[in-house]
Ligand binder design. Sequence first.
Ligand code: ADP
Ligand code: ZN
Length: 714
Amino acid sequence: MTTFASLEDALKHFFGYDTFRPGQKKIIEAALQNKDLLTIMPTGGGKSLCFQLPALLRKGITIVVSPLIALMQDQVDALQDNGISATYLNSTLEYEARRSRQIAILKNQVKLLYVAPERLLNERFSLFLDRVHRDVGISTIAIDEAHCVSEWGHDFRPEYRKLKLLRQRYPKIPLQALTATATKRVQQDIVRQLDLRSPDIHLASFDRPNLHYEVQPKDRHVYHKLLRAIRAETGAGIVYCLSRRSVEEVATRLCHDGIDALPYHAGLSDRERSSNQTSFLRDDVRVIVATIAFGMGINKPDVRFVFHYDLPRSLESFYQESGRAGRDGEPSKSILFFGLGDRRKIEFLIEQKSNQDERKIALQQLRQVIDYGSGNDCRRKIILSYFGERYRGNCGKCDNCLNPKPIEDWTIEAQKFLSCVARCQEKFGINHIVDVLIGSRKQKIYQYGHHLLSTYGIGKGRTADEWRMLGRSLVHQGLVGQTTDGYSILKLNKHSWEIFRNQQRVEIAVDKHQTKTTANYNPRKAEAELLFEKLRKLRKQIADANSLAPYMIFADSSLRLMAQVRPKTLADFANLSGVNEYKAQQYGDRFISAILEFGEQHKLPISIPSKSQMATLQLHQQGLSVVEIAQKRGFAVGTINSHLSQLIEMNQPVALNKLVKADKQQAIIQTIEQVGDLPLKTIKDALGEDYSYDEIRLVRGWWRSQRQSVLDSQ
Ligand code: ADP
Ligand code: ZN
């Protein structure tokens, strides 16, 4: 076995990645110390690597328990394409194939073996495993999708319960359980059911920083909004609808409008479903329009967008579904089309439920989705508060943060609101509290004697809607608690008390005016984007020739790097993140030729970014804000901004719209056109206080790049 100077070296050697994702390194270190582990990471966080890399660094074989045959095959294909000896044994294999795999395993030629839980526990296989244990050694048993062991999870599988027998049979072998499910109850259940021994528990944040969240009003133009949104994206995506009928309808209309789309729902035959799914995995079709039946067990890392055409039933399912975008860590988009019509439809369905508990829970779930769709707070904050995480500040990557509603200090209102919660003895939800505040004459008020409270009617200065907005915002910001038993009762917490004591101010985003829509400048598609498209096509050809999914050849992020860095030698090529020696040998030549050919066809730009500028660009493309990039690189914010403006000038793919608001861009451009390309100060003086040097510099970069391209074409 090769030894490595560091885990990073091993990561680069086997997988081609340069850095670990958050949490991975710690988990891998613990695994290498033979600890039992429970890893909770959101979908796309990079769980697999946490058992795959240790497997490659230890003696013997790692057994991976995985519930879905399709997923198993997928992971094994991807590993083999990295030159790693992995295999699976399941019921789809012929006798001969099974036998030759078993022989390879006993010859110690396999590092990772994937099996389904039911197989692990049958008699014949147990004997085989005993032999493997004796002759080869089993380094770890990794249990993927470990929530399947719990009845409290969303996907209970009885055969997972029997996995405990493995612990009894091989008490010395460490167990590593992995899941994306968040709830405490399921976590505890996993530890108990699998009999994990004082496991290291790694709970990663549920934030998915590369996802951009947006909500658009659902009105009668909704289909056209969807179409526009899809046209604005490159790459593959999923559109979720609630019913089969709307799946069929949307898929048909999209095809009619020139978007490559296929439907997926329970009404199709198994064959059709699986063939549509394969087309999607292989990038033969760009968009899948699906009911929620789609997505479980697909593992396509380069889904660039997930759009919800209809209202999801719960925030949990919304999060799971939108989380299928961007598992490779590249910027990806979620849009929810949100309208009150959907709300009524779902309410109607819920009212039909005869079981009162179910009805209550369904209504609460609906309320949470509505909260998300109608909230003025950061969307990320709303989602994470649902998972019990408190997110602070402006995420810069949701519609509410990018077009913030004006912020107002509502501390006094919050004090009134919270004291009303206290007077009602923390036994009511938002609506009742608001009724008391505005002095409503509803029956329920008199029934509880709440018209006698000192807080009755103290909120007449504001409308019921405003009070509700405040209440929701307090919940999202974690400034008051809310029960999850279906009643959403407000409970004071330590922050509420700080507000009473004037130790904490309350600021909320206030939606008074319709936000005006601003003209959107769409900077010219940069050359890197064109080269990226060319490399995508090449990747697709190679994938088809090898019957692999394109992402198994290279991730989008690696293609993007190729398009930016344009390596000309195999050594430079192998240096890119996501490329290891093996892949460089396999595919390097073809990609390098394509890059050279492109260079011939398109004159290379006169100036090429420096290494340092490239490093800034990479972080920018990962979605980090200017401040975050500056922190990470240890530079001043101004330096990063000047990198970005120079990159823009060199026509590199910088998302100007994320850095400067569209209406400001417009004003700056107009000013430059009027006064000319003069020193920044002159332009700033003409624009006035509202514009910073950085904003002007960035937009000037864009203006210059446009001028340059006009000059080029003359
Ligand atoms: P999960 O199982 O947690 O949903 P995966 O293990 O499938 O996530 O990983 C998601 C994607 O992220 C995969 O395409 C994987 O190759 C990629 N990935 C994992 N770790 C890294 C890393 N350190 N750097 C870059 N990409 C990574
Ligand atoms: Zn936000």
